[in-house]
Ligand binder design. Sequence first.
Ligand SMILES: Cc1ncc(C[n+]2csc(CCO)c2C)c(N)n1
Length: 230
Amino acid sequence: MTFTERLREENDATYQAIFDHPYVQGLKTGHVPKNALVHYVKQDFEYLNAFMRVYGLAISKCETREEMSLFNEQIGFVLHSEIHPHNNLCEVAGVPYEELQGYPLAPGASHYISHMMTTAQQGTLGEIVAVLLPCPWTYLDIGERLMKEAAPQPGLHPFYEWINFYGTKSMEGVTGKLRSWLDRYAETASEREKEKMRVAFAKSCQLELGFWEMAYTVEEWPVRDAVLRR
Ligand SMILES: Cc1ncc(C[n+]2csc(CCO)c2C)c(N)n1
């Protein structure tokens, strides 16, 4: 069993809980409350900014052009392609994308980003890939299962674009590349480093679940007005 196969197996219950989450089930049936769509896009816009910064920190630790190229490619993908699924959710919510940018992070999103940033600042490249991998991998899992179970048709299913984006080749490509790099890093990592990779990966899986919950419950800080909009 490869290192990443083991990670997938160890976190199977979390993957399943993500798929069963009412937000994801709503994407399947085509019914997600408007305020949950809006909150998700606001938070995810900021999450993607943080994700690119983490790739930037990863580049600062690369020793080869091949590694630099992998992370550089991914920054381009987030910048230019991840806007499509966001646009789909905005269209269903009936709110322009531009209105959902620049909001403060809600607790769940903040927690996830802090976990990624801390790992990026303190960890090895292997730990950084481990912290990032659940992001494409849990979305690929959701996308593939929704493609099968909802079999969405263009023009008929409101979330066709979203499901199609995450359930097809490009997500498989990103996930496969990050997995093969992580498997490679694990081959030469010490037991202690591998343990850190396992913890980083497991926490990110849990925080992915937390992100859906944050969006579904429209989670805010306890004293809302005390957190200023940037
Ligand atoms: C909370 C959250 N988790 C995962 C994704 C999906 N995603 C974000 S960046 C990226 C590309 C990785 O290089 C992918 C697949 C998301 N949008 N929001």
